[in-house]
Each structure stands twice: as structure tokens, then as C-alpha cells.
Ligand binder design. Sequence first.
Ligand SMILES: Nc1ncnc2c1ncn2[C@@H]1O[C@H](COP(=O)(O)OP(=O)(O)OP(=O)(O)O)[C@@H](O)[C@H]1O
Ligand SMILES: [Mg+2]
Length: 219
Amino acid sequence: MKPSNQIDLANLEPFAQGSERLIYKSPSNNRQLVKVIKEKHRKRPMDNLYERMTLGPYILFMREYAAYISALMMQEKLGRRPPLPRIFGTVPTDQGIGQLVRMISDEMGKIAPTLQDLLQTDGFTQTELNLLNQFVEDLYGFHIVAYDLKPKNIVLEVKKSVRRFVLVDGFGDRALIPLKSIFTKLNNRKLDKEIAKLANQTGLVLDRKNRKFHFPEKQ
Ligand SMILES: Nc1ncnc2c1ncn2[C@@H]1O[C@H](COP(=O)(O)OP(=O)(O)OP(=O)(O)O)[C@@H](O)[C@H]1O
Ligand SMILES: [Mg+2]
């Protein structure tokens, strides 16, 4: 018999997916997503003490949640929202533990396009460039520990006509001793590397000193 608190996803189509996770729309709330770890990454029965203590593959959810709480603490100081989706917690599903998060959406309420989508469809203009620079400023300002700042992990939200980029994946400190979470300088150095990679991936030019992207000069 299935536990009464379990969410069934098996009969649903994943809404989106990455290399590690499948993303479903929550069956009970169409503004929430349930993210589960793909089966190949959670194969063994996870029931021994070591796995319970280290959380197995679900350590990812824990790190993201810690980063989210830390960003909310910064929100109190800075008086604006961090560039992360709201994380509601975790829920049991028929595909292992699921992470419940706010679905970042566009003006129609549909799932938000990624930065990659925008770049591929000519949807990235000076306006989006300015928003991307604001996003980068917020990564530093909110002290977000980011390790995979690629165009597929950054999505464009439209909420009450306000547009902003949000990081949906690749944040949280993965180190055993979370030095980047503790030392701003260390984290800033990592962010400098991540935005340099993002410049390579997007074809944008990075002004390293001011941490701002530009369009390349036309030849
Ligand atoms: N909160 C969200 N709101 C809107 N879209 C989202 C959200 N989370 C994820 N997505 C979409 O789902 C895709 C995959 O999600 P995610 O990056 O979390 O999966 P992953 O398996 O961890 O990715 P990766 O391949 O980078 O390891 C994203 O590229 C994005 O399009
Ligand atoms: Mg991803």
C-alpha cells in the first residue's frame, strides 16, 4: 500500500528535465514544480545509516535549501528578493524524495524561458542584457554560491510586469567545509570565474572590472 502522503508522478509527463533531475508540475498546485532525482542517480535502496546521515543524492536539495535560507537572510538586509526560486521543502513521491519549488513563469503563466532559449530565438536584446547585469550584481550582493552558471540554469521571470533573471539550478556550497559560504572574497573569486564562463557560452563580452556584460562590437 502506498503511504497516504505520497505524490504520484509516474503517470505524468515530466515538464522539463536536466541531466540529473526530472521536473514535474505539482498535481495539486499549478504554480509549483516537483523536482525528482533521475532513477540512475538514486539506484540503491537508501536505507543504511551512512546514507541516512549523508542524505545520499538528496544532499543536493539540502545544499540548495541552505543557500536559499542564507539568501533570504540577505533579503532582510538588502530589502529585495534574491535571484532564486522559492523552495517550499521536500515531499515523498513515487520517484523518491521530491523537491517542491516555485515554478518561475512568463507573462502567460507558462514555464519561463531559459537564457539559452532567449539567445537562440533572438529574444535577447539590450533590455535582457541590462536584466542579466542586474542578475549578476545580485549574485554578488546576495552572496549566492554558484557553481554551474550556464544559460540553461538561468530563466527569465515575468511577474506583475516585473522582469528578472532567476537561477534555478547550480547553487549551494558543495564543499565539505563550506568556505565560499563563509568568505565573501572567496565566493566572489568563484563568481568571477563563473561569469567569465557564461561570457564564453553566450558570446557576450565581459567587463571583468565592473562585472558587466556587453554585446560584442559589430565588425
Ligand atoms: N523553478 C523553476 N522554474 C522554472 N523552470 C525551471 C525551474 N527549475 C527548473 N526549471 C527548468 O527545468 C530545467 C532543468 O532543471 P534543473 O536545471 O534543475 O535540472 P538538472 O538536472 O539539475 O540540470 P543539469 O542538467 O544542469 O544538471 C531548467 O533548465 C529549466 O528550464
Ligand atoms: Mg540545470
